[in-house]
Design a protein around this ligand. Structure first.
Ligand SMILES: C[S@@+](CC[C@H](N)C(=O)[O-])C[C@H]1O[C@@H](n2cnc3c(N)ncnc32)[C@H](O)[C@@H]1O
Length: 186
């Protein structure tokens, strides 16, 4: 059964957090999440990430302006579990065995102070080390540690653009060139 991971982003302030919330979404997508719920109203974040997904492939969704408690409760009612990332939680290495067992997991990250209610609603409050750092780093490390297969080697379907990895320089190919390359190879 394929693991389903979604991210719930709390506390986004449109005037301050555009870049970091976009990075939360792009990191979630790059490491294999299916989508991000944004508990604030900033349609531009949705538009930017959807535009990136259109070019770089996969089918990552962003849902703007959700109610955080409703989204958490709906997720749990569908059998999903919720992991809130907070430096005050239990340390990630101790939570990994349980998190790895989950097939339907919501990962919550905050921005400014996270309401106390979230700590109560979450199935786990997990720290990526008990020192303050960044929601993007916390999310990336968690997704990497709980992944079944290496998330950095998974190809993205229906990409318009694909990077050709190389030691020096940059090479990006367009989907029509990729199709032609695959046709010649097979
Ligand atoms: C920059 S922090 C600000 C936290 C805020 N000052 C508070 O007290 O809730 C923003 C988010 O990054 C994540 N974060 C930062 N450090 C973390 C850590 N050590 N472990 C897990 N998550 C962390 C949490 O999701 C947090 O809500």
């Amino acid at each position: 059964m394929k693991k389903e991971i979604v991210v719930l982003r709390l506390g986004h302030r449109p005037e301050r957090d555009k870049r970091i919330t976009t990075h939360v979404g792009l990191t979630a997508r790059a490491l294999g999440a299916s989508g991000m719920f944004l508990a604030s109203d900033d349609q531009k974040i949705t538009d930017n990430i959807e535009e990136m997904t259109g070019r770089w492939g996969g089918d990552f969704f962003v849902r703007n302006n959700v109610s955080m408690t409703k989204e958490i409760k709906d997720w749990q009612a569908q059998g999903g579990k919720v992991c809130h990332l907070s430096m005050y939680g239990i340390n990630l290495p101790d939570a990994v065995p349980e998190l790895k067992k989950q097939n339907k997991l919501m990962i919550i990250v905050g921005a400014e102070k996270v309401p106390g209610e979230i700590y109560e609603l979450a199935d786990w409050n997990v720290a990526v080390g008990n020192q303050p750092h960044s929601e993007v780093a916390a999310l990336a490390i968690t997704m990497d540690r709980i992944a079944e297969t290496d998330p950095l080697t998974v190809p993205f379907e229906n990409a318009e653009l694909t990077v050709v990895p190389m030691a020096k320089g940059k090479k990006v190919i367009h989907d029509d060139e990729l199709k032609e390359k695959n046709r010649q190879e097979h």
